[in-house]
Design a protein around this ligand. Structure first.
Ligand code: CAA
Length: 697
């Protein structure tokens, strides 16, 4: 027997207990152990087999670390077929998360019982694959095609009650999985219950698969796995036999397993978990965090306060006047009402949060006892310095003083206090109670337990926290500035903002850069351009059309006009007819003759600019690892998850080709297209970004 599966006999029942912490992933040892367990149970004359998991969960799926390596026998599919074919009564007792291959093992069992808190799902589409061990054939047979498609194409797990309602499990009982499983199995034996294999159930009735296929491709913005999984479910309805359906599932599974999207999504899965694990934080206790101050109750400050309140922190919101404080309160309450509407909190919780956990103030002395304060005031160094000087005067010793600046130098801000070791950047993304990314910006003198507290706060708020060093724009906005500049250059040379937006949404971004700029507010970029103007290199190509829009008072969605025109009550905008004229005037001013860009060239230049700047960010140590950049772009900038992040994408398409393209582009503009030394080094060494991730882990 393998160590990962414990075998024991309880009367007529052979009990197979998974012991593969932390999540009982179905790695090779577990699969071998299960197979051996069945063989032994059958040889020894047991009448039934009970499968359950030790620790926090039943099997949470395949061991994802084995993906991409040759599958060693027994394969999942063979294991599930073998379990289902057993002449003994097979029962699975589920708790925790029965996911992916885990649920497939359960579906191959003849009976299923679960504790009420158990969750079940087939999340494979989130890994760029589909359930490959009969899940697409068995689930529709037990739950019907509608339910199966919902679970398989969204990857969303369901609770035990819903699973019971839909025939996915047979019984829900409170208790320990072992005890409830044994009692149920015993009961089945005593009642003379028959073997009951899902594969013997009739093929389910189909739906309009072609229409759904088109809809899924559109919804997934090019993500292949949900649409491909749909085809596997179609085979459950239409194939000549269960076995033929299984064969079709295998073909489609292998198609996805060999796809670049699978590489991207698995990179995202592990990076998401690795990103906040920093070696230097091992064993460092964060400071106590119970009360938080937020300065500035605009959209950003109100969002930060909302996120903090929802995580259980007490919040003091500081504004300049009573009227501004009341407006801030209104924004926070509006956000929290949204949380009530979405079922995240109850009406009673809303009342408690707004009346007990939130305090509004207009005097800095109200922040004297907070453990951490985040300022979200106007993005101007002198304003920030005034705020920090006052915080330094009133906050208790050990309080953490954080700036939510998007660009400014945290070292300079820290230097105006008597306690730079307590100063850190906590860069949230708007709306801060929704967006997952938090850049934890570590300045030269930031104390290590302050960094640990930044990450602890991110965890409390349910954020993906990424460590960044100090530079203009930190990781995300610095890279954004580079690819946005590349987009502006392409416009000067002949592309249109709308063609670029369309090309980048076709690549998989939720929005193109110009629609994003309209959403964020064009005044933000305008202010940044004005701030940077005095330090700009004369060789830099700086367009004037974005400034012209702002000079005319068009700041994007909030003023109803930007690159697009927005009509009240309508989602999205239509191209602003004034923009081409502004661009033409800018080209004429510079003596440029526009040329035609293909969508492919737009995408390639845009991505090369992103990768090149990202490589500089890693090379300079602003981001510790390539995966830090990848997670920043994924969770803060709408980068398509199925490409894994810009540097994973670069690894997949090939660093040498990217460098070659950058060198070609440099012939037209050798100032902008200076290749990143790290990229050159990796190409010279025949290595890739992921090698750096591995070295750092
Ligand atoms: N394989 C390998 N490692 C896994 C894993 C898996 N399936 N699931 C989780 N882990 C690891 C995580 O990487 C993490 O490792 P570190 O501590 O080293 O970072 C550890 O287990 C704990 O995971 P979480 O931090 O995510 O713990 P959690 O309690 O927040 O969540 C979970 C638990 C819900 C199971 C979550 O980990 C999860 O969703 N896992 C993936 C489940 C999944 O996608 N299963 C399907 C696999 S594909 C499949 O089964 C294909 C098939 O057809 C055969």
């Amino acid at each position: 027997m393998s160590d990962a599966i414990r075998y024991e006999r309880v009367g007529d029942i052979a009990v197979l207990t998974a012991q593969n912490p932390p999540v009982n992933a179905l790695g090779l040892d577990v699969r071998r152990g299960l197979l051996a367990g069945f063989e032994r149970a059958e040889t020894e004359g047991a009448k039934a087999v009970l499968i359950y998991g030790d620790g926090r969960t039943y099997f949470a799926g395949a061991d994802i670390r084995e993906f991409g390596k040759p599958m060693q026998a027994p394969s999942f599919a063979d294991l599930c077929t073998r379990i289902e074919a057993s002449p003994l009564i097979v029962v699975s007792a589920l708790h925790g998360t029965a996911l992916g291959g885990g649920l497939e093992v359960a579906l191959s069992s003849h009976y299923r019982i679960a504790v009420p808190s158990a969750k079940m799902g087939l999340p494979e589409v989130h890994l760029g694959i589909l359930p490959g061990a009969g899940g697409t054939q068995r689930l529709p047979r037990v739950a019907g095609v509608g339910m199966a498609l919902d679970m398989i194409t969204t990857g969303r797990p369901i609770g035990a009650a819903k699973a019971l309602e839909n025939g996915i499990i047979d019984r829900v009982v409170e208790g320990e999985p072992r005890e409830i499983g044994l009692a149920y199995t015993q009961e089945l034996l005593e009642a003379g219950a028959p073997r009951r294999a899902v594969c013997d159930l009739p093929a389910p009735k189909g739906v309009d698969f072609d229409a759904m296929h088109v809809a899924l491709l559109k919804k997934g913005r090019g993500q292949l796995s949900p649409a491909t999984a749909l085809r596997a479910v179609q085979a459950a309805c239409e194939a000549d036999s269960f076995e033929a359906g299984l064969r079709r599932e295998r073909e489609l599974f292998m198609e996805l397993m060999n796809s670049d999207q699978r590489l991207g999504m698995i990179h995202a899965f592990f990076s998401e978990r690795a990103v906040s694990k920093l070696p230097e934080l091992k064993g460092v206790a964060p400071r106590v965090l119970a009360e938080m101050g937020v300065i500035g109750g605009g959209t950003m400050g109100a969002g930060i306060a909302t996120a903090a309140l929802l995580s259980g922190l007490k919040v003091t919101m500081l504004e300049m006047t009573d009227a501004a404080a009341a407006a801030a309160q209104g924004r926070i309450e509006g956000n929290l009402k949204g949380a009530v509407k979405r079922g995240k909190i109850s009406a009673d919780q809303f009342t408690a949060l707004t009346t007990q956990a939130l305090t509004l103030a207009t005097d800095y002395s109200a922040l004297a006892q907070v453990d951490l304060v985040v300022e979200a005031v106007f993005e101007d160094m002198s304003v920030k310095k005034t705020v920090f000087t006052q915080l330094d005067a009133v906050c208790k010793p050990g309080a953490i003083l954080a700036s939510n600046t998007s660009y400014l130098d945290i070292n300079e801000i820290a230097a105006c206090t008597s306690r730079p070791e307590d100063v850190i950047g906590l860069h949230f993304f708007s709306p801060a109670h929704v967006m997952k990314l938090l850049e934890v910006v570590v300045a030269d003198k930031t104390a290590i337990d302050v960094v640990a507290t930044g990450f602890a706060l991110g965890k409390m708020l349910g954020k993906i926290s990424v460590r960044s060093g100090v530079c203009d724009g930190f990781i995300g906005n610095r890279i954004l500035a580079a690819y946005r500049a590349c987009a502006d250059h392409m416009i000067l040379d002949g592309a249109s903002p709308y063609q670029i937006d369309a090309a980048m949404t076709a690549f998989g971004f939720a929005m193109g850069p110009f629609a994003v700029a309209d959403l964020a507010g064009l005044d933000i970029g305008w202010a940044a351009r004005k701030r940077l103007a005095p330090t700009r290199d004369a060789r830099e190509r700086v367009p004037s059309f974005p400034d012209k829009l702002c000079e005319d008072g068009h700041f994007g969605q909030k003023t109803g006009k930007g690159y697009y025109v927005y009509e009240a009550g309508k989602r999205g905008g239509t191209p602003n007819p004034d923009v081409p004229g502004l661009i033409d005037a800018n080209r004429a001013e510079l003596g440029l003759t526009p040329r035609v860009f293909t969508d492919a060239e737009i995408t390639r230049r845009y991505m090369c600019a992103m990768v090149n700047e990202a490589a500089k960010v890693v090379g300079e140590g602003i981001a510790r690892r390539p995966l830090d950049v990848d997670m920043t772009l994924l969770f803060g900038y709408g980068f398509p998850r199925y490409h894994g992040g810009p540097l994973k994408w670069a690894d997949i398409v090939g660093l040498d080709d990217i460098l070659a393209d950058i060198n070609t582009y440099a012939k037209g503009d050798d100032f902008f297209w200076q290749p990143a030394p790290l990229l050159q080094q990796l190409v010279a060494d025949g290595r890739c970004f992921d090698d750096l991730n591995k070295e750092a882990s």
